[in-house]
Design a protein around this ligand. Sequence first.
Ligand SMILES: N[C@@H](CCC(=O)N[C@@H](CS)C(=O)NCC(=O)O)C(=O)O
Length: 218
Amino acid sequence: MLKLYGFAVSNYFNMVRMALDAKGLDYETVVSMPSQEDDWLQKSPLGKVPVLETDDGCLSETLVILDYLEDAYPEKPLFPADPFAKAQTRQMLQVLKLYIELPARRLFPGVFFGGENPALTIEEVRPVLEKGVRAVKQLGAFKPYLMGEQVTAADFVAMYSLDLAAGVAAKTYQWDLLADIPGAAELLERLGNGECAQRIAAEKNAQMAAFLSKVRGG
Ligand SMILES: N[C@@H](CCC(=O)N[C@@H](CS)C(=O)NCC(=O)O)C(=O)O
């Protein structure tokens, strides 16, 4: 059976959980934290989560895992069949990862983890996020899902990256980031109402305080 390693507060872990659930796949979750220990590096060369363990071995990197799931389990597709539409979905995935999630993540220490963000980082992140937001707005269909009528992998990456980026933007720049992407708030609400998303949210909320206390050194 597929095994997914990670922890409930991890947004990347939850993106993959949503995809596994949408595909109706049986899988086991194994609670694992990022680590630079040798054992873990055997599974995850960068020491990160999530990791998907398959009969053929382990895979890390969320977008790669999403591609693998699509190729290995094509029933209940999470990418369009048409090559161009599929590439557009992948384009959106890259935009969300590179220009929304990763820049926002640079400010997690000051926004969520009780640290202080350096002024230079604050200055650097904003223009990247602005471009990312512009690109999501331009490339997104929001009809009603991010790429059109069908739910795709991009919806799951969006729901667990736009929400965090919005939190970062609000606290750092007093910027309502979602308001700059018409349809985004409604999309997050629609996705968040699903049964799997609700289960994930309940687990995340239950573990958030302990997680924050740990990263804040408490
Ligand atoms: N590029 C990775 C990023 C995953 C990631 O950053 N996961 C976080 C937890 S949400 C992590 O493992 N952080 C520890 C680290 O970066 O060393 C992916 O797409 O899966």
